[in-house]
Design a protein around this ligand. Sequence first.
Ligand SMILES: Nc1ncnc2c1ncn2[C@@H]1O[C@H](COP(=O)(O)OP(=O)(O)O)[C@@H](O)[C@H]1O
Ligand SMILES: [Mg+2]
Length: 262
Amino acid sequence: MCKVITITNQKGGTGKTTTSLFLAYGLAERGKHVLVIDLDQQADTTFSLSHGKDYSTSGKTSYELLTKQATAQECTVQINLLIDLIPASSQLAALDIVLIKNDLYRADLLKEELAPIKSNYDFILIDTPPALSVVVTNALTVSDRVLIPVQADLFSIKGLADLSKTLQKVPNPNLDVIGILITRFNPRTIYSKAVTTELNKAAGAMNTRVFHTRIKEAVAIKEALHQFKSLDEYDKRSNAAKNVNQFIDEFLEVNDNDNKEK
Ligand SMILES: Nc1ncnc2c1ncn2[C@@H]1O[C@H](COP(=O)(O)OP(=O)(O)O)[C@@H](O)[C@H]1O
Ligand SMILES: [Mg+2]
């Protein structure tokens, strides 16, 4: 059974793209067949997975998919044996206007388009822009689960209340938050009680958990992805690789348990 997971947070720089990438690599390294869909006009995930390609003029990106100019199959590019990608294009910036103009402003566009290919994958991971826009609503409508990367500071956590409200408004009764992932964690910083309290409150309000594994701030994570490599390919024995692998294992365990509870 394919699980569709949106990685989202309307705040920029919280590690959405980084998480999408290491999760895709990590799941593939555990034998899972993964489709990554890039819905961010910045196309950082696309750039990293495709070794620096720009698909903006290819006519077959998530923009054409959402505007019904191309099918999911036509937009899919193979990255390796277990990872496929639907790339993003800078045109996504104008998506809202184009959808309104063409009378296509709906939350279920992506759901409709993914239906024919869903069963080909174990996981579909959707990377989103830092916004609560129509692309994000489309991602949430087709998703089984939401993964929320946050930085452990009060400003990041404050935004979770807005995200929670958005989640409640999405026309998808099956949507669960799989968890909140603390990213860019600095173990040397002493986090205030207030941060922990707020984070637990936010998790409670979303009926979810904070993952035990926290992704530490590490140059290796940045460098690996900039060199178009997974953490294991970059340096399997590094602390960063161990940290990320620990998260992937926790993620799969939580995912399996949630499946059983359903
Ligand atoms: N654990 C980490 N260690 C070091 N740098 C990180 C880590 N996570 C993210 N970054 C860097 O922080 C920046 C923002 O991360 P990114 O994943 O692009 O966030 P978002 O997609 O939410 O905007 C990027 O430059 C990324 O390389
Ligand atoms: Mg991003």
